[in-house]
Design a protein around this ligand. Structure first.
Ligand code: SDX
Length: 382
């Protein structure tokens, strides 16, 4: 096979069609079911965007109320999930906790439900499972952070919306509307992004007719990587290393000399900036004002200007979201789990879409190993 046929990392390869989102690097735009993500982030509660991704239309008030009523049963931390998490070491990575929790939920839901031939489930079963995970993840992520801080889980409050309740269960304080709005915007921006590595992982697993939970566990594993979702955590590690704006230049000299990837910058699809960054940066700016932290803006802007100036590589969504979550009070290790709590909507929308028009995903490989050879003295049985 000619080398030119090989697209390492599947870069530039169109693997399938999707109606869920359109990422357009030429216009630097992102549409969720046709709506610009900026409009959704400015006007919708996150759970309405979840409905849009799953069903293709924004919900009526009645449809949103029905979704909220159905999701309410899953909001509290389930005892079996708490048990599954509690048997893990306190210092295991929260993405491993999350992977374990989703696996436990899936194993329990699928118990006694037949053989692998029944694994894939019906569309209605998988819509219900999608809502279950969407509604359950906030309590799991919140408990993970509180457990590492030796704090008890906090029960959900029925009267609070998705974002307010997430913040309540994490911090146990009445969240300020400024913080709720910034958090809600971040979840909508993180929700969906076509065939990114973790979503494509979920589609590959679904294409074998495996179950939704297995596909989500695989996607969590893919998202953990610092080249993908783990970058938002890594951005804060970099900020902590640099310390303050006046240390950016020497730090960057050093980092680039040792060929380090600067986390939060660059993108496989966007090459002139990530369409979501301006909206997330505006949310970060409101938090910087709210918490009176001009030092954060100083460091953020100095590193961005310096790196873009030198390499012409622009920030991606993880760059503004890392400091934003830090200002909200989330532990750095909680950042990528927040990405999971948002992206569960995109992943499950793609799982449903793959299921609806499935073909086993199995690309080819070119071989460059040894030519055929044989074992000395081996004589095949005649
Ligand atoms: C997400 O796909 C999605 O949609 C993902 C995502 C989503 O919503 O699902 O948007 C979320 O994952 C965003 C990306 C988060 N990752 C990071 O911030 C990690 C740092 N970024 C890089 O590792 C990199 O930019 C990638 C992996 C994101 C994209 O890389 P590509 O497209 O594979 O390009 P590349 O790595 O081949 O880079 C091309 C050149 C290389 O230089 P050379 O080796 O050719 O000399 O640019 C350099 C790279 O070294 N480069 C960087 C860099 N990004 C690219 N150099 C330093 N720091 C960087 N961040």
């Amino acid at each position: 096979m000619a080398d030119t046929d090989i697209k390492k990392g599947l870069a530039g390869v169109v693997a399938d069609v999707t109606a869920i989102s359109k990422v357009n690097p030429d216009t630097n735009s992102l549409l969720y079911r046709g709506y610009p993500v900026q409009e959704l982030a400015a006007t919708q509660p996150f759970d309405a965007v979840a409905y849009l991704l799953w069903h293709g239309e924004l919900p009526t008030d009645e449809q949103l109320a029905a979704q909220r009523a159905e999701g309410r049963q899953y909001r509290a931390l389930a005892p079996e999930v708490k048990t599954a998490i509690d048997q893990l070491p306190l210092d295991c990575h929260p993405m491993d906790e999350l992977r374990t929790a989703v696996s436990a939920i899936g194993a329990i839901d699928l118990a006694g439900k037949g053989s692998v031939l029944d694994a894939v489930g019906t569309v209605e079963e998988n819509r219900a499972r999608s809502l279950h995970l969407f509604a359950a993840l906030p309590s799991i992520v919140a408990y993970g952070q509180r457990r590492r801080q030796h704090l008890e889980p906090i029960a959900p409050r029925e009267e609070l919306d998705y974002s307010s309740n997430f913040l309540w269960m994490t911090f146990g304080e009445e969240p300020d509307p400024v913080v709720v709005d910034a958090f809600n915007r971040s979840m909508i921006l993180y929700a969906e992004h076509s065939f990114n590595a973790s979503t494509f992982t979920a589609r590959v697993i679904t294409s074998t007719l495996s179950d939704l939970y297995s596909a989500v566990v695989g996607a969590i594993g893919a998202l953990k990587g610092p080249l993908h979702g783990g970058a938002n955590e890594a951005v804060l590690h970099i900020f902590d290393e640099i310390g303050s704006a006046d240390n950016v230049v020497p730090w960057l000299d050093d980092a680039l000399a040792s060929k380090r990837k600067i986390m939060g910058f660059g993108h496989r699809v966007y090459k002139r900036g990530d369409s979501r960054v301006p909206t997330m940066k505006a949310a970060l700016d409101t938090l910087i004002d709210f918490y009176d932290r001009p030092d954060v803006l100083d460091l953020y802007s100095t590193l961005e200007a310096e790196f873009v100036g030198r390499k012409g590589i622009y920030p991606n969504l993880d760059y503004p979201s890392g400091p934003a979550y830090n200002l909200m009070g989330f532990d750095t290790l909680t950042f990528t789990p927040l990405f999971v709590a948002a992206r569960i909507t995109g992943w499950t929308a793609h799982i449903l879409e793959q299921q609806a028009s499935n073909a086993l995903i199995r690309p080819l490989s070119a071989y460059d190993g040894p030519d055929e050879r044989h074992i000395n003295g081996y004589r095949p049985d005649t």
